[in-house]
Design a protein around this ligand. Structure first.
Ligand SMILES: [Zn+2]
Length: 215
């Protein structure tokens, strides 16, 4: 099973991707995770990537593609879930070439959607422990005591990029970046869209499975 997921921050793409990965026993491939690993190891590539990210710039296509090539040097015979790549049309075209090389076809390319007001509600409900990094959500997984970590009694904080105004900015940046590549797959007739506004994680997951298995 080869699945590609698109979705704005806050639609639950990471959680749904992990659950798909478990259900089908296939790895979740994320260029973002690879970038973080390269940065942590301080490789020359990691240092380059870090400069772009720290200066608020997008990582250029050529570097993303270098990482992607590395990512696909492994033979994923059972398939994979792709998250966060491709982000641009040139990356999409390069990925088509990678698919061809391996003689692979995508089973599903999916855009997960949630109405903006709900995204803002979901993200502004997130809390993180200052000490141990544990994550909470006031709606879906609230701490026992407000602003106190269940695990270590540390202080809970709201990440600055989860504040409503910043969330709106993050959403518009995401749309600006990915609209073109989403349209690229839509024009090819390959894109399936699913709106999970108002659905719980379990309900979203069930709808997603139905959509994938109907392909
Ligand atoms: Zn904690």
């Amino acid at each position: 099973m080869r699945i590609m997921l698109f979705g704005e921050p806050g639609v639950g793409k990471g959680t749904l991707g992990s659950r798909l990965s478990e259900k089908y026993s296939i790895p979740r491939l994320s260029t973002g995770d690879l970038f973080r690993a390269e940065i942590a190891k301080s490789t020359p590539l990691g240092q380059k990537v870090k400069e772009y990210i720290n200066s608020g710039h997008l990582v250029p296509d050529e570097i993303v593609l270098e990482v992607a090539k590395q990512m696909f040097s492994v033979d994923y015979n059972n398939g994979f879930i792709l998250d966060g790549f491709p982000r641009t049309v040139p990356q999409g075209e390069a990925f088509s070439a990678i698919l061809k090389e391996h003689d692979w076809k995508m089973d599903a390319i999916i855009l997960i959607k949630v109405q903006i007001e709900e995204i803002i509600r979901r993200l502004s409900a997130r809390r993180q422990c200052e000490s141990c990094g544990a994550s909470f959500n006031l709606v879906s997984s609230p701490p026992k005591v407000a602003w106190v970590c269940d695990k270590c009694s540390g202080k809970l904080i709201q990440r600055p990029d989860d504040e409503p105004q910043v969330v709106r900015e993050r959403l518009s940046v995401y749309q600006e970046q990915t609209n073109a590549v989403v349209n690229y797959y839509r024009r090819k007739g390959l894109l399936k869209e699913i709106d999970v506004t108002g659905l719980s994680v379990n309900e979203s997951f069930e709808s997603l499975i139905k959509l994938i298995e109907s392909s």
